[in-house]
Write a protein that binds this ligand. Structure first.
Ligand code: 5GP
Ligand code: 5GP
Ligand code: 5GP
Length: 216
């Protein structure tokens, strides 16, 4: 029996709220594959240490081999779009996540992407928030505590909530961090929370607006 040694303690599984990525002074660009669904999307699955540090770029020779994940591409276009400018089909973003984080995961490329997709389905963030009456709406403010509680009720573990700031200076729900054990099997309680951007106690959860993206 051979078990690959994992030089890390757990993963952060990070999902973003696309409308908040777009609703900043920097704006965004919709993917070439179409405007994203109004749903959370995957940012990445990030190996981490319990002391808060993390390994990255663990194999500088590696590169994304699209032929290994060809059957996952359409699911990734839907669940893991890139909103960076200029518009892209996602391959650059997936390649970046694989090289920076995936190469430290002890997972194969296929397993890395498939596992992240599975954890998105399992976390069911939008449904868990909707169940608590938390829906994307302009001008509505939700407490960070109520958002954390709604996700905790669905997932069984408390998330970390990261906010960003819209052009008017309002804090809004930007990313949700859940923790996953180092074998990438189950959600776990986070051994340590990231030192991300704070939220303030009440935050917005915006829908996509028609003016928050660039036309290219
Ligand atoms: P940001 O500046 O957006 O907080 O982070 C930039 C990038 O650094 C992230 O996209 C991610 O690649 C990496 N990063 C930031 N914080 C963490 C963390 O706590 N753990 C890991 N593994 N990566 C992080
Ligand atoms: P990190 O290094 O923070 O894991 O990944 C963020 C990198 O991916 C940055 O270079 C960022 O510009 C790029 N990126 C491309 N598309 C997206 C996206 O939709 N969301 C985020 N957060 N970063 C993206
Ligand atoms: P505390 O130090 O009491 O945990 O939190 C300090 C600040 O962080 C408060 O403004 C609180 O609303 C906010 N906060 C609490 N939980 C989270 C979280 O999961 N993510 C972020 N970004 N802020 C949080």
């Amino acid at each position: 029996l051979c078990v690959a040694s994992q030089d890390f303690d757990f993963f952060y599984f990070v999902q973003q709220w696309p409308a908040s990525y777009c609703d900043t002074r920097r704006s965004c660009c919709y993917p070439t594959t179409g405007k994203p669904d109004e749903d959370f999307s995957i940012h990445g699955l990030w190996p981490n240490y319990e002391n808060g540090k993390w390994p990255q770029n663990c194999d500088k020779e590696s590169s994304l081999d699209e032929s290994e994940i060809s059957d996952l591409i359409s699911t990734m276009e839907k669940n893991w779009p890139s909103l960076a400018c200029p518009s892209s089909d996602g391959v650059r973003f997936w390649s970046h996540e694989w090289l920076k984080h995936g190469t430290c995961s002890a997972l194969s490329q296929r397993a890395y992407f498939q596992t992240a997709l599975d954890f998105k389905t399992k976390s069911n963030l939008l449904k868990n928030l909707n169940n608590a009456g938390i829906v994307p709406r302009n001008g509505e403010h939700y407490s960070v505590e109520s958002i954390k509680k709604a996700i905790e009720e669905g997932v069984g573990h408390t998330p970390y909530i990261e906010c960003n700031v819209d052009p008017q200076g309002n804090h809004q729900l930007y990313q949700v961090y859940l923790c996953v054990d180092s074998s990438a099997s189950n959600f776990i309680d986070c051994p340590v929370f990231p030192h991300g951007r704070k939220c303030g106690s009440k935050i917005e959860f915006p829908p996509f607006s028609s003016t928050d993206h660039d036309e290219f």
